[in-house]
Design a protein around this ligand. Structure first.
Ligand code: SAH
Ligand code: SF4
Ligand code: F3S
Length: 438
């Protein structure tokens, strides 16, 4: 019998990448074979994102493309899963009748079962609570191909309700996985070759499983043998605290990188975003963190054009970026999301102004990133090697402990998966260049 092939395309954040890995493992254990070519597949899965309008239009583009696959082979099944499925439900079927299944952020894992039963009458499943797939995840890990770096979700959902954000509506309330389950999953991944684990959650600092909190969880993860690097994302400035800093300073596996979304440099805007901290508190926390952890890299998320953002508010964002000196920032144009608190605010910043501010912010950040990178010239950095540079095959590529991409030359044959010491010689705003030192 010919192998049943499936193709998964993942949009959105690390949580979606994680869910796609679990779904891949589940499908493989149910007899399916993965393919990276949609044309070969009899099952096409889109794991989708709704965080901004643009994230959804990208998926629409891909869905139109799948129509031709289905014309060639009517046996092909198309499943749209994840956040956009959760948000639009039936509406997706109305717009794209070619879709066979719409499964929300928690129902996604019932896909193999539904396909097995061949009962496609109930085509939309959106329940946010019910079955717990966390335990299953601990048993699945050995199926996938070896991966050097893996994500492990420690929570699902979010209770923060930042006023612009759709995530709590699509992923449900905060649920924390019991820590023994997380440790088991990390161990399984290390056994299959993982050198680095990134613990993920919408707000990892809010982790508490009834027994231990996030800093304690980090300590337990770091004590597992064979693990070389541990990272985590995302922290929330209102919750990020002293105990976590202490662990970062003392646990050698824990990398010197902190992703701490600021969102805006204006207190008035932060208040309307329901972020529950001021810029002053934010700056104080990162300054404290820099003092405690030498070489700490700090990255952030920033939104421009939030309702009511005046030029002076935007300038405060630039000022905060200058003051903190972020190593990098992910910058977004505000996109109203139906059902969120901010969607009822007047979206009063004209699109052209949003674009103008975004471009200014990007250019400003680029200068600061370059300056931060230049400061590393002459230093020796520890790099986890992920492969070759795409453009220059004789150069190795990897990440520093701070999370920066580093390209370097070295004599040794295979460095894949190795930790290497690299002397930094030059840089751009995005990349460091160097030479291996033995
Ligand atoms: N839980 C994480 C990730 C949230 S989504 C966190 O709290 O950081 C990632 C980023 O998308 C957010 O930090 C925010 O900067 C951005 N974002 C979320 N909703 C948005 C919206 N409606 N418009 C523009 N950017 C948005
Ligand atoms: Fe959204 Fe805020 Fe939760 Fe992050 S912390 S997922 S931005 S509501
Ligand atoms: Fe997008 Fe859902 Fe992640 S909306 S950012 S994929 S949680």
């Amino acid at each position: 019998m010919e192998a049943k092939r499936f193709y998964i395309r993942t949009f959105g954040c690390q949580m979606n990448e994680y869910d796609s890995r679990l779904l891949t493992d589940l499908l493989i254990s149910s007899g399916w074979t993965p393919t990276s070519r949609a044309e070969e597949a009899v099952l096409v899965v889109f794991n989708t994102c709704s965080v901004r309008h643009k994230a959804e239009t990208r998926v629409y583009g891909h869905l139109s493309g799948v129509a031709s696959l289905k014309r060639l082979n009517p046996e092909v099944r198309v499943a749209v899963v994840g956040c956009m499925a959760q948000r639009l439900g039936e509406g997706l079927l109305d717009r794209f009748p070619l879709i066979d299944l719409v499964l929300g952020t928690e129902e996604i894992f019932s896909l193999p079962e539904i396909l097995e039963s061949e009962d496609l009458r109930e085509r939309v499943k959106l329940k946010l609570s019910g079955r717990d797939f966390g335990e299953l995840a601990t048993k699945l890990a050995p199926f996938s191909a070896e991966a050097l770096a893996s994500f492990v979700a420690i929570t699902r959902g979010c209770d923060n309700f930042c006023s612009y954000c759709i995530v709590p509506y699509l992923r449900g309330p905060l649920r924390c996985r019991p820590h023994p389950q997380i440790l088991k999953e990390v161990e399984a991944l290390v056994t299959r070759g993982a050198k680095q684990i990134t613990l993920i959650g919408q707000n990892v600092d809010s982790y508490f499983d009834g027994e231990i909190d996030f800093p304690d969880l980090l300590e337990r993860v770091c004590s597992l043998p064979g693990l070389q690097r541990v990272r985590f994302t995302t922290s929330h400035p209102k919750d990020f605290g002293e105990k976590l800093l202490e662990k970062m300073a003392n646990l050698p596996q824990l990398c010197e990188h902190l992703h701490l979304p600021l969102q805006s440099g204006s207190n008035q805007i932060l208040g309307r975003m329901n972020r529950n901290y001021t810029v002053e508190e934010y700056v104080q926390k990162v300054e404290g963190a820099r003092e405690r952890i030498p070489g700490l890299c700090i990255t952030t998320d920033l939104i421009v054009g939030f309702p009511g953002e005046r030029e002076t508010d935007f300038e405060r964002t630039l000022e905060a970026v200058r003051k903190v000196g972020f190593d990098a920032s992910f910058t977004f144009r505000y996109s109203p999301r139906e059902g969120t608190a901010a969607a009822s605010f007047d979206d009063d910043v004209p699109e052209a102004v949003k674009i103008g501010r975004l471009n200014r912010l990007i250019a400003f950040q680029r200068g600061i990133s370059e300056k931060r990178n230049r400061e590393l010239a002459g230093t020796v950095q520890e790099i986890l090697v992920e492969g070759h540079s795409r453009r220059q095959q004789d150069r190795w590529k990897g990440k520093s402990r701070g999370g920066k991409t580093v390209l370097f030359s070295a004599d040794r044959e295979s460095l894949l998966g190795k930790l290497c010491r690299v002397r930094i010689t030059s840089c751009t705003s995005k990349t460091l260049f160097g030479e291996g030192v033995s």
